[in-house]
Design a protein around this ligand. Structure first.
Ligand code: FMN
Length: 391
């Protein structure tokens, strides 16, 4: 039976239901921050529409009585090959958002990735969870500060470092500029009026002390307050990030390294040469290069070129278990979800993230059954009909 969230009368049965609830409950500037892409949003839309356009082969008269979605990502056992992607300002979708999402992921048995630009700090998330999580790093011009983030992630017991390669310069999202996105929100008349209609969000936010960029404020000399993400990004993120810098990060981290934001075969080969453990085929959820290919359309060529020398994962547009199965069929060993879990969080906090994960797992389970499959290792290109798009 589908669970009910809050006072909603109709049961929540899919990620789209969570999105609609989040839209009602989260202040506009933060909902828009999640549900938008850069410039015309063509890549953002393509991520989902290219996944939708893939059709599956239905198989019958196969014994599918005993199914499992268990798998591994970089050697870590996962209940299904779906990790929570790093997302900035998650603690603005819901008070204490990173802690709540990390707890939901831990209870469910999938990895959680904490963004550099999180509201709850590395130490705070570690203090409220019992298993290691992953930390996502944006490389800063100030290498001392980058190093301190790496050391803090190590000290917190993080089991992998995810270095993001596709956002040293910020793509433009029109809505963020128009909404005057800031953390915490500025008390303008428009913001106050909008927030007044989000009572649950306001109550929870007033009850927490976590309303800043927790990994940064108080950790960088001279930064006691930081409201503008775009100003900080343009001043601090290092546009000089190159493969030497990747080697520098790898050497200082010394553990499992995941490279995020690969869309091109040449870059994928360089990722292999860097010695990283996994790469993520990703266009940052359509938030950076508008006009870049959808992640799912870039995946097959990259997987064919570099797997299994490196684990190939994919994110972008995944809203269902069917989408996960399609990504696995096209060569991904793992997937990540960004907006899907954010919608769950905005809709109903920890319970909403848990519900998002449960929905995706159930869809994956049933879709495997309809395709005549009982284990994740059985999923390959045979499950797909002809691809509707080409590169
Ligand atoms: C609101 C939002 C914030 C994000 N912040 C980060 C971030 O801080 N670091 C990062 O590497 N990726 C970030 N991403 C990209 C996600 O990690 C992921 O690549 C993307 O969300 C996948 O697409 P999906 O949202 O369609 O699942 C962000 C994405 C969203 C939607």
């Amino acid at each position: 039976m589908a669970a009910r969230l809050g006072t909603r009368v109709k049961p929540v049965t899919c990620v789209e239901d969570l999105r609609l609830l989040a839209k009602r409950r989260v202040p506009r500037m933060f909902y828009d921050y999640a549900d938008s892409g850069s410039w015309t949003e063509s890549t953002y839309r393509a991520n989902a529409t290219d996944l939708d356009a893939i059709t599956l082969r239905q198989r019958v008269a196969v014994n599918v009585g005993n199914r499992s979605q268990h798998s591994k990502m970089i050697g870590e056992p996962v209940v299904m090959p779906v990790a929570i992607a790093p997302t900035g300002m998650t603690g603005m979708q819901h008070a204490d958002g990173e802690i709540l999402a990390a707890r939901a992921a831990e209870k469910f048995g999938v990895p959680f990735t904490l963004s550099t630009m999180s509201v709850c700090s590395i130490e705070d998330v570690a203090a409220h969870t019992t298993k290691p999580f992953w930390f996502q790093l944006y490389l800063m011009r100030d290498r001392e500060f980058s190093l301190s983030l790496i050391k803090r992630a190590k000290a917190a017991g993080c089991s992998a470092l995810m270095l993001t390669l596709d956002l040293q310069i910020l793509g433009q999202r029109h809505k963020d500029i128009k909404n005057g996105l800031s953390v915490p929100p500025k008390p303008t008349l428009a913001n106050l009026v909008n927030m007044a209609s989000k009572l649950h969000w306001c109550r929870a936010m007033l009850a927490t002390r976590r309303r800043q960029f927790g990994n940064i404020v108080g950790h960088v000399k001279g930064i006691d307050d930081m409201s503008s993400l775009s100003a900080w990004t343009s001043e601090q993120f290092d546009p000089g990030l190159d493969w030497d810098a990747v080697a520098w990060v790898k050497e200082h981290w010394g553990g499992k390294l995941i490279l995020k934001g690969i869309l091109d075969v040449e870059d994928a080969k360089l990722a292999v040469a860097s010695g990283a453990d996994a790469l993520i085929v990703s266009n940052h959820g359509g938030r950076q290069l508008d006009g870049a290919p959808s992640s799912i359309s870039a995946l097959p060529e990259i997987a064919a070129a570099v797997a299994p020398q490196i684990e190939v994962w994919m994110d972008g547009g995944i809203r269902s278990g069917q989408d996960v199965l399609k990504a696995l069929a096209l060569g991904a060993k793992g997937t990540l979800i960004g907006r899907a879990f954010l919608y769950g969080l905005g809709a109903a906090g920890e319970q909403g993230v848990a519900q998002c994960l449960a929905i995706i797992q159930k869809e994956l389970d049933l879709t495997m059954a309809f395709c005549g499959l009982t284990a994740i290792e059985q999923i390959d290109g045979q499950v797909l009909r002809a691809l509707p798009w080409s590169r």
